[in-house]
Write a protein that binds this ligand. Structure first.
Ligand SMILES: Cc1cc2nc3c(=O)[nH]c(=O)nc-3n(C[C@H](O)[C@H](O)[C@H](O)COP(=O)(O)OP(=O)(O)OC[C@H]3O[C@@H](n4cnc5c(N)ncnc54)[C@H](O)[C@@H]3O)c2cc1C
Length: 262
């Protein structure tokens, strides 16, 4: 079985600023991490690998620093990674992103399962997974909180607002996963050392045979015309407590009592 996990690198803090002219996130100087739901997707792939035997390939589109995110995924236990990195891919909306990822997946060869996060925590559309499934003509199951593979079928539990739904689909299929699925593992020291030697392939737009009109800003009909905090929006304030553990506990209890939570 081969599993492909699509991962996006996102800012570590959601306290990021937006460029008032381009309306893009200002990523310079902001620490980046793997989109949290994509870590759940990697964990799910590794658990399926342990249970059924599989190879796990990671795929990401983004700037050169995305290598770090891919190396972390390799350190967690993925087998190889692919980075789509080209200035021509910059500024992609979800339509252009799903086109580009689909082109790369076609080049990567046969697979049984594609896992994506339910959404990326920075732009938050949740569209890339479903669009990718449509482009590759695959059955898709979204908001997955449990996965079972039996023979050539995937059986997944979907997390709905007030209930759970169990859905089956033939493989190959695409699933978008929730954090309820699992708890992602931390890479071990040995995993980090092994990751340095695992294959990480970098492809340009030409390498995946992408049509220039369908990628990056040119291939993106969406324009973010404005991004702003609603009037009256207040960022929550954080108070850091310090001291000995018993002092911190007493101070915390005092705050909770004052807020009538205790
Ligand atoms: C403030 C802001 C608002 C935006 N609004 C829109 C908008 O309304 N419509 C629009 O089309 N675009 C929008 N964009 C652009 C959007 O960030 C990108 O188009 C995008 O590439 C992916 O969309 P997403 O982050 O919402 O991904 P989602 O669809 O939320 O991501 C779901 C999953 O898809 C996979 N995935 C997503 N991106 C990648 C990637 N680069 N590489 C590998 N896997 C990936 C991951 O598994 C991820 O968990 C916006 C960008 C910004 C900064």
């Amino acid at each position: 079985m081969r599993i492909i996990v699509c991962i996006k690198q996102v800012p570590a803090s959601l306290d990021v600023r937006v460029d008032p002219k381009t309306h893009n996130l200002i990523r310079e100087g902001v620490e980046s991490v793997i989109n949290p739901f994509d870590e759940n997707a990697i964990e799910a792939a590794l658990e399926l690998k342990a249970k059924h035997g599989a190879s796990v390939s990671l795929l990401s589109m983004g700037p050169p620093q995305v290598r770090e995110a891919l190396r972390k995924g390799l350190a967690m236990g993925a087998d190889d990674a692919y980075l789509l990195c080209d200035r021509a891919l910059a500024g992609a909306d979800t339509l252009a992103t799903s086109y580009t990822l689909a082109q790369a997946i076609r080049k990567m060869g046969s697979f049984d399962l594609i896992l994506c996060g339910r959404h990326a925590v920075d732009a938050d559309t949740g569209q890339v997974g479903p669009e990718l499934a449509e482009r590759l003509n695959l059955p898709q199951i979204t908001y997955v909180s449990k996965i079972e593979i039996t023979g050539n079928k995937v059986r997944a539990e979907r997390l709905l607002e007030e209930s759970r739904e169990v859905v089956e689909a033939p493989l190959p299929a695409l699933l978008t996963v929730t954090k309820e699925l699992n708890t992602p593992r931390y890479p071990t020291a040995l995993g980090i050392m092994k990751a340095a030697k695992k294959p990480l392939t970098v492809w340009t737009a030409a390498d995946i045979g992408a049509t220039p009109e369908k990628i990056g800003l040119t291939g993106s009909p969406t324009r973010v015309t404005d991004v702003f905090e609603p009037p009256g929006h207040r960022r929550s304030e954080v108070e850091m407590l310090s001291g000995k553990p018993e002092e911190i506990a007493a101070a915390l209890a005092e705050r909770l009592q004052a807020a009538k939570i205790l």
